[in-house]
Design a protein around this ligand. Sequence first.
Ligand SMILES: *Cc1c(COP(=O)(O)O)cnc(C)c1O
Length: 377
Amino acid sequence: MKDNRIYLSLSQESGYEQEYIKRALKSNWITSGGPNVDEFEDELQNYFKHEKFVVASNSGTSVIHLALILLGVKAGDEVICQSMTFSASANPILYQNADPIFVDSEADTWNICPENLEIAIKDRIKKGKKPKAIIAVHLYGMPYKVDEIHAIADKYEIPIIEDSAEALGSSYKGKKCGGFGTFGILSFNGNKIITTSSGGALITNSKSIKGKAIFYATQSKDKAVHYQHSEIGYNYRMSNICAGIGLGQMKILEKNINLRQDNHLFYRGIFKDIKNVQLFETLSDDFFSNYWLNTILLETKKERESLRFAFDEANIESRPLWKPMHLQPVFEKYPYYGNKIAENLFEKGLCLPSGSNLTDKDKRRIKEVIINFFKRI
Ligand SMILES: *Cc1c(COP(=O)(O)O)cnc(C)c1O
């Protein structure tokens, strides 16, 4: 019999979700918004030590869009975005008919490169438009260089949207990712460290901005007995059923973070004896990664592909890293500032199975593929 397929990152229930879902159904809160949504937001605010206000939404993508709207990004504006990311970081710029300006990664954190960021800002200003926002990403859970990046943003007075979709549980100098930017973004998509099936959250410092975000997310209804609208609205609020799943998932967030640390140690154990493979790891104790996904760099694209095929033959999923946005057909006409760091990562990098539910047997199967592969070459 063929072994089950091992995936990169699968969600799993905590066992508490059904109770919250039942509560929503029984009380007829089967809609967007509601008591589970309020409670889920409270729990997230508690997670951020009540220093932040949180708005739960139907996806991470929708809150990136809301952040751009709240920052006043309009048609023809420019927004800087890390090129090496999932397309959801950049798509909302186009929803606003604004222009993305892509910036390369740096080799240390694989995230937005401080030097190229400043070069891009200066050049855009010289060409006549100061960027309205910077979207910086904590890729695969690895914090970007928060101090350097925010110092540059502050110098030019440009707000940061901190895409923390993959980094719930990560921190930088002891402070949680998602809480550094003018806006922070979380995702609770099915593949993330915890899920609401689909969902996201916007993190802000201000109660009134939270109110404004909820206003836009619930169709911009003015105060009136009839339906009155003086601004364009969106249907972006989290459903009360999904928030029930989120409340159940919050109970295993810490456990999932620990399990993903264990996965990382497992890979570290394997790769320490294999030459010419670089396991992606934190630079120093300033960085704490949730290791949402473990990733490696091989020597060539050919080798990367051979390893990927070897995994696939053993019914194990592995995948190339995110393809940089400036190389994507839909984005290739937009400006790009950088060298070839992101390209190089995309050519030679591979994501490895890293789910919180990897069993010892799964790990034995993964290890066997890796050991046999590097014996051969
Ligand atoms: C998952 C993800 C998002 C978007 O989240 P959704 O909830 O899927 O809309 C945004 N940015 C990054 C980097 C992601 O990985």
